[in-house]
Design a protein around this ligand. Sequence first.
Ligand SMILES: Nc1nc2c(c(=O)[nH]1)N[C@H]1C(S)=C(S)[C@@H](COP(=O)(O)O)O[C@H]1N2
Ligand SMILES: [Mo]
Length: 209
Amino acid sequence: MTDGIISKGFTGRRRNSGLDKRDRIPPGQYETDQFPVLSAGPTPRVSLDRWTFKVSGKGIETLEWNWKEFLALPQETFTVDIHCVTKWTKLDTGWKGVSLDTVFSKLNLLSAPNLQYIVAKDVTGYTANLPLKDVINGKAWIVHEFDGKTLSADHGGPARLLVPHLYLWKSVKWLNEIILTENDQPGFWESVGYHNYGDPFLEQRYRGD
Ligand SMILES: Nc1nc2c(c(=O)[nH]1)N[C@H]1C(S)=C(S)[C@@H](COP(=O)(O)O)O[C@H]1N2
Ligand SMILES: [Mo]
């Protein structure tokens, strides 16, 4: 029997080969062909000529990309399953974007081994926290195309974080900053009772799960 937990996460570009469809739907989830929109506030409109993305952290240089520079980074297209804590799962979603490995390769992270967490931020103040190990080695991207088309604003365009092996609230829409931190700092939903980590296959929906 294929173990859904092991087979996820460590192969960001897996094509789901050999995995029974049922094993790809986490406990308590149902499959949908829809792509619901879930946002805590109104959809911000970010124009491409003013779009920036910044990475910073204590003891490392701060890097910033504009839209043109971001698109000039190596792009990846990939297909993954996504899982929302409100119980829908969407299989085989197709995306294009930049791996966070590419972003972090521009920083000398080895010089700051104490930075083991990230806070991902959007333009409105929404945040999500993640362990650094969950966003490296092919497990996280900044995406700007869905299903072969420009990512719509309601789904986080111009660009959003995508961390498919965790519940989708971690995948910050309208991403404009990643801060590397020494301590794990709970984000928007994590501070009001959602699970700090959010593994859908372990059904880590709420604090204490
Ligand atoms: N910036 C931002 N990102 C966000 C949210 C949000 O409110 N603001 N909602 C999160 C939640 S709870 C979910 S389930 C997904 C929903 O993504 P979708 O609207 O593209 O389906 O975005 C996540 N990322
Ligand atoms: Mo959500």
